[in-house]
Design a protein around this ligand. Structure first.
Ligand code: CU
Length: 303
């Protein structure tokens, strides 16, 4: 077997391993990172599905370009090696080649730019019920608005449409964790939103720069003191999703996670009614409702 063929096999095996590991990670993964994960978290919004597919396509393009350039380099190194070219050629220009190696990369960049801008618009334009989204079609206008305020070092959440509903969300210490709760990601008060509902997300900060990032939603927005950034999400699947602050904001930057609980509209409304009065009690109720719902779903699945 030639050296080239064996190199090719090594590369191919590596790619297959990566695909398998990513697949494994995807299989177990809901809303948080898992051991040995190499890819993204499982996408639960159209925007994140778009990101995953776009990244995948670009990855193949990059691999192709890298191998092509590598092959050209190898060819030149062998064909024009010093021992075979005692008297080097004095050729300097080739118009056709120069036009081609300028025009082709420009074309590749243009092809990349089209979905890239579409993705950016999808992320930044809040649905109004009319606009078509690449991976989600038409989406309803926001029914819920959440304001996330970064503070050193936690998040505060307000539901501006629901009078006086505001609470802070602090990371749980190791000794406060309950069964099944991940370390460094679990919080005392989760953000609760209904499934299949467009949520407007307003992000700001009360002190320094922070960033609100939810990998499974494809959401990442800077939290800037003195101004409000707007984005949105519409989650397709109930569950608990974790994110983190993504802008170095000081000593405890690593300890201000975000936990978003996505539930049915019914559970959301029940939580909302109690949360307006007592956020701790609402948290207890939420836990109970989610557990009951889980038992119901499992029973249905078994049938
Ligand atoms: Cu931070």
């Amino acid at each position: 077997m030639s050296a080239m063929t064996s190199l090719f096999r090594v590369v191919l095996t590596a790619l297959t391993m990566i695909t398998i590991f990513t697949g494994l990670a995807f299989a177990q993964n809901v809303g948080m990172p898992v051991d040995k994960q190499t890819g993204f978290q499982t996408p639960v919004t159209g925007v994140m599905e778009f990101i995953v597919d776009f990244e995948g396509a670009l990855n193949y393009l990059i691999i192709f370009i890298t191998l092509f350039v590598f092959a050209l380099l190898a060819y030149v190194m062998v064909k024009f090696r010093a021992s075979k070219n005692q008297e080097p050629s004095k050729r300097t220009h080739n118009t056709l080649l120069e036009v081609a190696w300028t025009a082709i990369p420009v074309l590749i960049l243009m092809v990349m730019a089209i979905p890239s801008f579409q993705l950016l618009w999808d992320q930044k334009i809040t649905p109004d019920g009319e606009r078509e989204y690449a991976y989600a079609g038409k989406l309803p206008a926001p029914e819920v608005t959440i304001k996330a305020i970064g503070i050193q070092w936690a998040w505060e959440f307000e539901y501006p449409d629901e009078e006086e509903l505001a609470f802070s969300s602090y990371m749980k210490a190791d000794d406060e964790l309950e069964e099944g709760e991940p370390r460094l990601l679990s919080v005392d008060n989760q953000v609760v939103v209904p499934v299949n509902t467009t949520v407007r997300l307003l992000v700001t900060s009360s002190d320094v720069l922070h960033a609100f990032a939810m990998p499974a939603f494809g959401v990442k927005v800077d939290a800037v003191p003195g101004r409000i950034n707007e984005t949105w999400f519409n989650v397709k699947k109930e569950g608990i999703y974790y994110g983190q602050c993504s802008e170095i904001c000081g000593k405890d930057h690593a300890f201000m996670p975000i936990a978003v609980r996505v539930v049915s509209k019914d559970i959301y409304n029940q939580w909302l009614n109690v949360a307006k009065v007592d956020i701790d009690e609402a948290g207890t109720l939420l836990k109970q409702l989610v557990a009951e719902n889980q038992i119901k779903t499992e029973r249905l699945a078994r049938r």
